[in-house]
Design a protein. Sequence first.
Length: 611
Amino acid sequence: MRRLLLGSGIALMCAGCGDAVQPEPPAEQQVQYAIGRRVEVDDSITVVATDPAGLTRMGWVARLADGTVFGGDSSSFKGSADFARRSYALGFEADLASLPMRIEVTAFAENADGERVESQVASAFNASVSSMALLNASSSALLDTVIVVAGVTKPLPDGGSVADAIYSRNLNEVYLTNFALNRVEIFQLVDTSFAPGGVPVGSRPWGIALWPRNTLGDHGDTVVVALSGATDLAVVDMAGRQLRRRHSLPNFLIELVSTEISETGLIQLKIEQFEFSDRPQYVGMTCRTGAAPPACAADSMIALYSTTPTLDQTEFPLQGTMRWENITAGTPESHFFWEHSVAAFNDDVTDTLQVTVDRGPGIAQQIILSAACGVTVDIEQLTFLDTTFVRNSGDFTHGIVGEGGSSHDPTLGFARAIGYDVRDGVQRTACAGIIVGTPFVGPEERDLGISPALRVRDFISNTAIAVQSVAVNFNGLTNLIRADSIYVLDEGLRLKGTIGVIGVNPGMDLKFNHDFDARDGGTPTFGGTGDPNDRILYAASTDPVIQVFDTYYHEEVAVIPIRDPIIGPLRVAEQASGTPILVGVTGAGVVVVELPAITNPFPAPPLGHRL
């Protein structure tokens, strides 16, 4: 008889049970085995054998459909043991192109009398043994079949939960923020193992991003981690395996300045103050180039980050904000996103905005947007509902922001996307004015790289759906928003297509050197003139597969089978050797897949006259 592990249950099959209600008494000689229905090449099989005559040998054999032996192993005994249990590594060698592969697995045992017994597929099932035996009851032959899939999965060494992940090509490692254990886990791809203990970084690490070197995609050995349980960004040296410093983030005082009629009929000044959480959530890194482009200027590393919503926020509880912080400048430089909420003056819904930065004791507060400048915003559009996702482009010039939407109010289920281009810079204008006898003086610091309100509202009109995750390609010209489908946007947030994907699992990423434009770009180049095999998106599914799509034609081009569905972050990168890899978080741990070569059947046509 054999025992087969099916998900979280165990199905017990027995040969010759027929239609009996009670299980048949066990034979003197028995062999069982446990193995997953879907296995990776380095998974294991457990064999259990019993024989009163004394075991001399037991093991297992895997065969292809044509009977060719594909794998197997065995153990020998002296013949005195009547019970044995052994676990064997499968040790399969399979080409990626051949996966998924169906194999037939059989366990066997031999005794001192030379008798041999093998596990067999049951011809009928006994419901009293296990209700799960009814699965596949109409096709018993499949019950002896195992599917070999791509990838290697390793559990987190000490448990916990992963919030975000990033790949370092320099060190050939994947870094995962372990929210529960306050550390960054280090997954070493050279031997698919975790470095012991990871790197402790601080309270509740969430988002993580690489430190830019230039706008060619090169990065340092440092990462920036958002500490969502604090108001800091952690700067971590991954080569030295240590926290270098924590960068304190400022508090922003948000004020709405307006006038109102008093009870005595006089016009008086009205100032409303709002407090928002300053605790960072997701983070992306960009940089400004200095005197020697494409190198990043040493004093211009810009961290783009969202904040974690909390209950104790005035007026807008459980709503986050977007900011950026220069974490290298000698003179502090910070910005609060307001540009996306600008609206024409309307006495019912808009007010004049003033933003002040408070960097703590001993540092004077600084107005970065004065009420004297007369910027009017819709305060309800200023904040972000639920989780707000942030990713940076591979060349560190762009960012994409995706508002999660509301899980608390179904009427607010839609969300927004905002683009960011660090190259556009900040425009500073001096303002001075008097409002109801009160002088206001200060600048208007407007970031020209933040999507204007018009484009943000246009995105809502074309999608209007809650967001699960975001992704951006190498040059920032193709942006992805995952919701009920995957929405493909160009740099200006115009919707260029939707991709049908299975389920709402959030993970997705683009091929590392995807540098196509979601638009035609003025000529019929179908998103770019590069290799169409680079115009690829990888997306997680509720099924145990990775779906592969073309981002210009929006069609599926391949499916990669894996053992367990990816339920967390998914990252795609290219190792220094040129081998593309995918790393994802599953319910069983971290899966690493060396990606097979994929031929895109939708190539870009040659340049020609645009009709």
